[in-house]
Design a protein around this ligand. Structure first.
Ligand code: PSU
Ligand code: MN
Length: 309
């Protein structure tokens, strides 16, 4: 019997997204928080468009996910993307914020956590982003741990990223991911990357040698009914890498400023990214853009290999 594609009544699909799902073509999900809170205009808009282009070039369909006036969008038009790129008052939406955003008919940019929750409703299993959230360095004082971690543990999906953001405590984050039962590996490296830098100095739990291997591990994880997600860490291209000892003083200065200004909660990650962009005279933003594009391409290759059943 043919598997009927189910369209969740709360989801609004882009035309190419709906067609791809109907025809069982491979898709890659993209998030909107990186557009609304992660990068400044106009770089965010240009990046959003070029991520989609990268994915299409591989014969895969991109669907950027976000909530627009109370509707969950699975795929956005360029005009809709522009709203996320230019409106400065857009809420940052984690999974638990989705119901209220729908109920109040708000617009919300979905984080990795929020996007995975929506992608699950659409049966999309691959997401590309820049760097996921994790355990903040002052966790002992603030208990700030990104809800990305819990949501990745709750979702059977591949998250292609360049590791966790270097503003975080990477060793603690890796420990928690292990506790949560999330599969974690690095593409073609023995080290776990640090977002703007190719290595954090930490060994990666798993070296991933090829796209075939990633697809095979993911398929087998489903066969054995492993229910958690799979983080595929893809180091920033060498051409755009910022060495750890160059960026670390900027991270420390930004953390000190955040503490002084009492920035916390959802505002903390965007504050730190913005501060480091300024301290690095834009270099960290160029690295961020290069790595997320690279991740979109790898995600498309994985999607092609997995196909759709
Ligand atoms: N990747 C980037 N830039 C970003 C993000 C990811 O290159 O801004 C966003 C994602 O939406 C991720 C969020 O889920 O940062 C994490 O925020 P927090 O630490 O507040 O959970
Ligand atoms: Mn946080």
């Amino acid at each position: 019997m043919l598997n009927q594609v189910k369209f969740h009544y709360l989801l609004e699909y882009s035309e190419e997204g709906r067609k791809a799902l109907t025809n069982k073509k491979p898709l890659v999900a993209l998030e909107t928080s990186i557009i609304s809170q992660g990068l400044p205009y106009p770089y965010n808009y240009e990046t959003a468009l070029s991520l989609e282009e990268r994915i299409r070039e591989q014969g895969v369909v991109p669907v950027t996910i976000g909530i627009l006036h109370g509707k969950i969008k699975i795929g956005l038009t360029p005009d809709e993307l522009k709203v996320f790129a230019t409106d400065r008052n857009i809420h940052k939406v984690n999974a638990q914020d989705i119901p209220i955003t729908l109920s109040k008919k708000r617009t919300g940019a979905t984080t990795v956590a929020g996007t995975l929750a929506c992608a699950k409703l659409a049966a999309i299993e691959i997401l590309a982003t820049g760097g996921i959230g994790g355990i903040h360095r002052d966790f002992d004082r603030t208990h700030d741990m990104s809800s990305d971690l819990q949501q990745i543990a709750n979702t059977k999906a591949i998250v292609v990223c360049s590791g966790v953001k270097a503003i975080l405590d990477i060793p603690k984050t890796l420990e928690i991911l292990e506790t949560l039962g999330v599969m974690v590996g690095t593409f073609r490296s023995d080290k776990f990357p640090a977002f703007w830098s190719r290595t954090s100095g930490m060994e990666t739990p798993l070296r991933l040698s090829s796209v075939d291997e990633i697809a095979s591990i993911f398929s087998l994880s489903k066969e054995v009914q492993h229910t958690q997600g799979f983080i595929v860490a893809n180091p920033v291209p060498s051409s755009h890498e910022i060495p750890q000892n160059t960026v670390e003083p900027m991270i420390e200065e930004s953390l000190a400023e955040a503490r002084k200004q009492k920035v916390k909660g959802k505002a903390l990650t965007p504050f730190l990214l913005d501060s480091i962009y300024r301290l690095s005279a834009g270099q960290s933003m160029q690295a961020n853009i290069a790595l997320v594009k690279n991740n979109a391409t790898l995600a498309a290759h994985i999607a092609l290999k997995l196909g759709r059943k």
